[in-house]
Design a protein around this ligand. Structure first.
Ligand SMILES: C[S@@+](CC[C@H](N)C(=O)[O-])C[C@H]1O[C@@H](n2cnc3c(N)ncnc32)[C@H](O)[C@@H]1O
Length: 241
């Protein structure tokens, strides 16, 4: 979903940048799930359905923009170990209370250098995040790094509206990025993903892709999780053949 309700804030459109710290209030975070329910938002359920056949209980999934855990809870119920990143401490606070994630971390996903090591996760999922991020090249590069070989990446993306790739949502005072479908398709290929499924639903497109085996050859030999990183701790060093 696109915006969040709550008490009005005095924010000028020119001030808006999603690379700044999140402006989500505690009130907005607490209201988020109910707001989604009232809007009958089903994007997370559709995304999960499209990913389901690739999931195995006990695998790990990183949820980008995990928010209150609306998307993540489905993976948790399916028996996966969920890890999440988001730039809003308020949203992560609500998520943590639900107990769906093994670990969460505050991180601005529009910037490179995410707090996870190479080839850590079996799956990466992201619902309702991409319209807050202008440069998806950074996101795809980081996901490719974080995913294990053959790992899947499922996400939602808002399409171009009346030729506009960017606008300021007047109600929520947030800059919204609409991503051209061809550009997203090219990013998928450039970053070594194979497109598995694509679903158009309203202005949102839902895609799942699999990381190609090719990039495995390019990866480092030994992997260890950073102390302050996010993700499952490896029992032993892994050899990449
Ligand atoms: C519309 S909510 C979606 C939440 C959740 N994924 C879901 O399915 O309900 C978007 C989330 O992305 C987070 N977000 C927005 N921009 C971000 C950024 N640059 N870095 C990290 N998280 C961001 C917001 O804090 C919010 O929790």
């Amino acid at each position: 979903m696109e915006g969040r309700r709550g008490p009005d804030k005095e924010v000028e459109p020119s001030d808006l940048s999603m690379s700044e710290p999140s402006r989500i209030s505690q009130y907005e975070a607490e209201q988020y799930d109910e707001q989604c329910r009232q809007m009958e938002w089903r994007g997370h359920e559709a995304l999960f359905d499209m990913t389901f056949e690739y999931l195995t209980p006990g695998q790990s999934v990183l949820d980008l923009g995990i928010g209150t855990g609306l998307n993540a809870v489905l993976y948790h119920k399916a028996g996966l170990d969920v890890y999440g990143v988001d730039n809003s401490e308020e949203m992560l606070g609500v998520c943590t209370r639900k107990g769906v994630a093994r670990g969460v971390k505050v991180c601005d996903l529009s910037q490179p250098g995410w707090p996870c090591e190479r080839e850590t996760f079996d799956h990466v999922t992201s619902c309702g995040l991409f319209h807050f991020i202008g440069d998806l090249d950074i996101v795809f590069a980081e996901v490719r790094r974080a995913l294990k070989a053959s790992g899947t990446f499922g996400f939602t993306v808002k399409g171009v509206i009346d030729g506009k790739t960017e606008y300021v949502d007047s109600e929520y005072k947030m800059r919204i990025y609409c991503h051209d479908e061809d550009v997203v398709d090219r990013l998928i290929v450039r970053h070594g993903f194979e497109l598995m499924k694509k679903l158009h639903t309203g202005r949102t497109t839902i895609l799942t892709g699999r990381r190609g085996l090719f990039s495995r050859c390019m990866s480092s030999k030994n992997v260890q999780i950073r102390e302050n990183g996010i993700g499952p701790r490896r029992q032993s060093r892994q050899r990449v053949t």
